[in-house]
Ligand binder design. Structure first.
Ligand SMILES: Cc1ncc(COP(=O)(O)O)c(C=O)c1O
Length: 356
């Protein structure tokens, strides 16, 4: 059963609220796509030929430039960037694309975006949930996932922590995939990329950074992301993806160039999420929730000190739907994940309902 299907009862309860549901569960963007991006999509709509799997030179350059401008990641050549059809696609297939199998170990955070596990399973690889190198023990994984800021917790891994993981991985030839889809959403902490010189000294060997435009540019519907890092690994991914037909449509590539070249809409989007957080965070605390981590990213990781399904029901009675923490790993069984992705009007409605 798809985990979200287990929410049918609480969804029905929340929907029955006289003023309608406030859906803070899946975290799907609701704000309009910026005109500059829509215009680029429309202008490229006559695209009869096949797209290139590698992406246009303009797209690869725009991604490398955006990494430098927005996140201080320098020294990424165009050839070390590859577009993906939404990062969920890449994450679900990465172990398979890398040729991992039953002898290989994939390490994911203890509380994690479920698709890391899906990707390991699709490849038939082994899975370990671990937040520290000591938890991994003497084994040498093939692939280690990092996710800072985290989904679901909003925790940020500092440059020192990332440096340690990178140096440990380098000594063992372990590939790191750093899922950085919330990197631009730092509130009480400044997230840093695994490709940042303060983490890797400018050497991208054995490192992949995964970037999504779904949240930063509200492009979840376009399916737009990219992976950047170790040129040899990117070349290997490109070769397999060419054979597998994993091509981003040409109009989406054009739209993505516009999105990556423009920082203004990205800032506006971040400001919208910041404002929603300023409303929801105190509202949750005022009715007794403890909000853990949540220093960055798109979610509040909240608990009432009870099993998450009880909290789900409590919120659903107030017409608010959130995600149960147990979706993200056993350690999440007493937390719920509250997404900041609803309109300003719905977020205010949620805050009002909480205050009673
Ligand atoms: C941590 C994380 N990684 C990746 C994704 C996938 O995003 P997309 O496929 O839209 O790029 C999500 C989506 O919610 C996510 O939370």
């Amino acid at each position: 059963m798809f985990p979200w299907d287990t929410l049918a009862d609480v969804t029905a309860l929340a929907r029955a609220h006289p003023d309608g549901i406030v859906d803070l569960s899946v975290g799907t963007p609701v704000d309009p796509v910026a005109p500059i991006i829509r215009d680029a999509l429309a202008a490229a709509s006559s695209s009869p030929g096949y797209p290139t799997t590698a992406g246009t030179p303009a797209l690869r350059m725009a991604a490398a430039d955006a990494l430098a401008r927005r996140y201080g990641v320098t020294g990424v050549p165009e050839s070390a960037v590859l577009p993906v059809i939404g990062t969920k696609e890449l994450i679900a297939w990465l172990p398979t694309l890398l040729g991992l199998g039953p002898d290989d170990l994939v390490v994911v955070p203890e509380l994690a975006y479920p698709t890391y596990e899906v990707g390991a399973r699709l490849a038939g690889a082994q899975l370990l949930r671990a937040d520290s190198l000591t938890q991994i023990g003497p084994r040498t994984p093939a692939l280690v996932y990092l996710n800072s800021p985290s989904n679901p917790t909003g925790k940020v891994l500092g440059a020192d922590h990332l440096r340690k993981v990178v140096s440990w991985a380098r000594e063992r030839g372990v590939l790191i995939a750093s899922d950085e889809c919330y990197l631009g959403l730092g509130w009480d902490a400044t997230p840093v990329s695994v490709l940042h010189p303060s983490v890797c000294d400018g050497d991208h060997t054995g490192l992949l950074a995964v970037h999504s435009l779904s949240k930063t540019s509200s492009l979840a519907g376009y399916r737009a992301g990219f992976v950047a890092g170790d040129p040899a690994v990117v070349a290997e991914l490109l070769a397999v993806r060419k054979h597998a037909g994993m091509m981003m449509p040409t109009p989406v590539q054009a739209a993505m160039v516009a999105a990556l070249e423009d920082d203004e809409h990205e800032r506006e989007q971040r400001d919208r999420y910041a404002a929603r957080r300023e409303i929801l965070l105190p509202a949750l605390k005022s009715v007794g929730f403890t909000v853990d981590d949540s220093e960055a990213g798109l979610y509040l990781w909240a608990t009432r000190g009870e099993p998450c399904r009880e909290t789900l029901a409590w919120l659903a009675e107030r017409g608010i739907l959130v995600a149960p923490g147990e979706f993200y790993g056993p350690r999440g069984e007493r937390h719920v994940r509250v997404a900041l992705t609803a309109t300003d009007e719905r977020i205010s409605a949620a805050a009002e309902r909480l205050k009673g």
